[in-house]
Design a protein around this ligand. Structure first.
Ligand code: ZN
Length: 352
């Protein structure tokens, strides 16, 4: 402290000297006054400072998002901001946002030849930018969904179930020292689920083939799907068949991306490893367009039919009165054998 006071006094003295020196023809020439007291240190350019990430060259991360998470957490704590340069499935480069002003901070991580891990290859950990500039512009302490997700990755590794957003807001406040809005927290929670399950482009699909004895089954496969609720985007799909005694067996089930054609194609190709594509094989399903399309592609020898019960339920939803009767009548109609009989019954059904 004494030193600072002494320095300050020195400045005051200089200032007086300067003032005296600058009196020209009775006019005072404008002289910018240096900062005084504690602000001297803030005004002086900080030459180099460490980023505080704790990352080392050669360190490996499971994904590029994991690299970004560590950098983002430090950026938030030590008040700097980064900009993503290159980012593709095999590499990522990050720079300090003030690299145009000359800051040398830089990180490059990439996948090795025989590895799926992201290895830090180039890393300049020292910032040469002015941190105080950042505190007023880029470095506003605001939470992002990625930051929330990074907190959840640590506290709930590989778990899909995490606390309610309101509780996560409290956890984030404790760990990150800042307030995150409800919607940011919600998106962070969703990001965490997405990271645990794998991103859509990586598309971690799960398929379990249960029955490998399809030979003894009737050659009719029932396909169905149901949507996951809330933030667990995706669908549970399954294929079942019956043995000659009408006992139902699940042949395969899987978790796939919602409404993605490629997911259905993938699931059916998996199924094909236990169900041979041969004439006489029939797929039954609700009217999911993707199922129809990809059954024809993956099993060109099989036939596809609509499930009468599902169709009757769809029809049930479209009539105003006597819904159950309409559904029952529809199912009866579907079981009529001759063309003539069908036309007569269908006319009656239409008049309803
Ligand atoms: Zn910097």
């Amino acid at each position: 402290m004494e030193n600072e006071v002494f320095e300050d006094r020195e400045h005051v003295d200089n200032r007086i000297d300067n003032e005296e020196d600058n009196v020209v023809d009775g006019r005072h020439e404008y002289v910018e006054l240096p900062c005084s007291g504690e602000t001297i240190q803030q005004c002086q350019k900080v030459l180099e400072w460490k980023d505080g990430t704790g990352i080392e060259i050669g360190q490996e991360f499971v994904s590029k998002e994991a690299v970004q998470d560590v950098v983002n957490r430090a950026a938030n704590k030590y008040c700097f901001a980064t900009k993503t340069g290159k980012s593709d499935p095999s590499r990522i480069t990050l720079r300090c946002r003030q690299f145009l002003e000359g800051c040398q901070w830089y990180l490059r991580a990439g996948k090795g030849k025989n590895s799926d891990c992201f290895k830090v290859k180039v890393y300049r950990r020292m910032h040469t930018c002015d941190r105080s500039d950042l505190s007023t512009t880029d470095c506003k302490k605001t939470g992002t969904p990625r930051l929330i997700a990074s907190v959840l990755h640590e506290d709930y590794p590989a778990q899909l179930d995490t606390p309610a957003p309101k509780n996560i807001m409290g956890i984030a406040r404790g760990i990150l020292g800042m307030h995150c809005s409800y919607s940011t927290t919600w998106r962070g929670k969703k990001q965490h689920v997405s990271d645990v399950r794998g991103s859509p482009e990586k598309s971690t699909r799960i398929c379990t083939l249960i029955c490998t004895c399809f030979k003894v089954m009737r050659k009719v496969i029932i396909m169905d799907a149901t949507f996951f609720k809330s933030i667990y985007d995706g669908m549970l799909v399954f294929a079942t068949a019956q043995d000659p005694n009408h006992h139902n067996y699940i042949i395969a089930f899987g978790v796939i991306d919602k409404e993605k054609d490629t997911s259905w194609s993938w699931f059916l190709r998996k199924l094909k490893t236990v169900v041979p594509d041969e004439p006489g094989l029939v797929f039954m399903s609700d009217i999911y367009q993707s199922i129809i399309k990809y059954v024809a592609q993956v099993f060109p020898n099989a036939k596809h039919g609509f499930c009468i019960w599902h169709m009757s339920q769809n029809g049930r939803g479209r009539v105003k009165n006597e819904k159950d009767e309409a559904a029952t009548k529809f199912r009866e109609l579907a079981h009529v054998y001759t063309d003539h009989e069908f036309r007569t019954e269908y006319e009656k059904f239409k008049r309803r």
